[in-house]
Write a protein that binds this ligand. Structure first.
Ligand SMILES: Nc1ncnc2c1ncn2[C@@H]1O[C@H](COP(=O)(O)OP(=O)(O)OP(=O)(O)O)[C@@H](O)[C@H]1O
Ligand SMILES: [Mg+2]
Length: 370
């Protein structure tokens, strides 16, 4: 824990009735002033974590700390936390100004104070002059901004955002991603953002927690998570991946698709079975003989910037390639890739073991000096 830690989950479990836990022994830390994303498929426990932080529910086991103090039983209205809900939960019978002012009126602030704070919050989200509009007269993106203004006007230490962009069309969604990120930087408040959209998570976050079945699978920067997925679930959920079964023959040598390849991984057991992740954009198309590996092209799609080529190697492994070069369906092509493009995943490795393993690589360095 550092001085910057604002929220800490210490082995938190949440269980309803006698069902299996919705969150299972989850520990993490949130630092002040950063943008965090909880990423995972439907039902993995994202909203449950937000509800625990907001104080709408209590943990079954474990402790939640806020600025170093246990807050398990502190009621929601006593926490320095505001939530932006997925459906915004705005009051349809109140205008924009009154929606934003609501929390301040509950706190019985004076009229001049309320005016100043609400107008400042509206300015912050680019809704200057919209105060007297009815909520029903606002577009989806504008309602979203009202919901954010309503959260920031209370000057909370943390803002929780539960899939706030999911109702918007793709273009507006991308614009709002920039706006939200920029807003977080200007405010310097901790944002905890929930999404099941991996691209959104990669684009927006300082740090991502990837969740699956009530457990944090991996936490790290977007680049860490994309480049070094800890297991099959993360590799598959975050970005597109080739996941190929293989075997570590010795340090820096891995065998898959019936051949041996140089890699950057070390410290595994000799002949340990592993899975390899190679991202489609890390594969380069070559002539048949120049490739480290050969595949027969099964199908090809033009995706605008690149071709998406699908093929199979001699052992029947499926390969997805993103390339600006096109291939010919039915032909055999070669694939080239760097040793660094191969990411070795052990079965059942904990995040701690995984981090330690990766750290040891950068200390010792791989034989080819990268
Ligand atoms: N009050 C409750 N009683 C029993 N089970 C619940 C309750 N609330 C949530 N759950 C269960 O907890 C699990 C996690 O729910 P949660 O809402 O945290 O998922 P989520 O990751 O936010 O999913 P989504 O992306 O669909 O919103 C689900 O299986 C859900 O059915
Ligand atoms: Mg949810």
């Amino acid at each position: 824990m550092t001085d910057q830690t604002i929220i800490r989950f210490d082995r938190v479990t949440k269980q309803y009735d006698n069902d299996s836990p919705v969150l299972n022994d989850v520990s993490f830390e949130i630092e002040r002033g950063k943008f965090y994303t909880l990423l995972g498929p439907s039902g993995c426990g994202k909203t449950t974590i937000l509800r625990l932080i907001a104080g709408f529910i209590e943990p079954s086991k474990g402790n939640i700390y806020f600025n170093g103090h246990i807050i398990n039983n502190v009621p929601a209205n006593k926490r320095q936390v505001n939530t932006v809900f997925q459906d915004y939960a705005l009051f349809p019978h109140l205008n924009v100004f009154e929606n934003v002012a609501f929390g301040l009126r509950v706190k019985k602030l004076g009229k001049a104070d309320i005016n100043a704070k609400v107008n400042e919050a509206l300015r912050f989200v680019n809704l200057d002059g919209y105060g007297s509009r009815e909520i029903t007269e606002m577009s989806g993106g504008q309602r979203q901004r009202v919901a954010i203004a309503r959260a920031i006007v209370n000057e909370p230490e943390i803002i929780l955002l539960d899939e706030p962009l999911s109702a918007l069309d793709l273009k507006l969604r991308t614009e709002m991603q920039y706006e939200l990120r920029e807003l977080q930087r200007r405010l310097g408040i901790t944002f905890i953002f929930v999404t099941h959209d991996q691209e959104e998570a990669l684009a927006m976050s300082d740090e991502i927690f990837v969740l699956h079945e009530g457990k944090i699978q991996q936490s790290g920067t977007p680049i860490d998570i994309y480049d070094e997925p800890i297991n099959r679930f993360v590799a598959d959920f975050v970005g597109e991946s080739n996941i190929i079964p293989g075997r570590m023959t010795q340090d820096f040598v891995v065998e898959f698709a019936g051949k041996s390849f140089e890699c950057v991984d070390q410290g595994l057991n000799p002949n340990e079975p592993v899975e390899l992740v190679i991202r489609p954009e890390d594969l380069e198309i070559t002539t048949h003989s120049q490739g480290k590996l050969q595949i027969r092209v099964e199908s090809q799609l033009f995706r605008g910037v690149h071709y998406e080529i699908l093929g199979f190697d001699a052992e029947g492994n499926k390969w997805l390639v993103h390339s600006t070069k096109r291939a010919v369906v039915g032909e055999e092509i070669g694939l080239d890739f760097d040793p660094e493009a191969i990411h070795v995943m052990r079965f059942n490795e904990t995040e701690e073991e995984f981090d330690k393993r990766l750290e040891s690589y950068s200390e010792v360095g791989a034989p080819h000096g990268e």
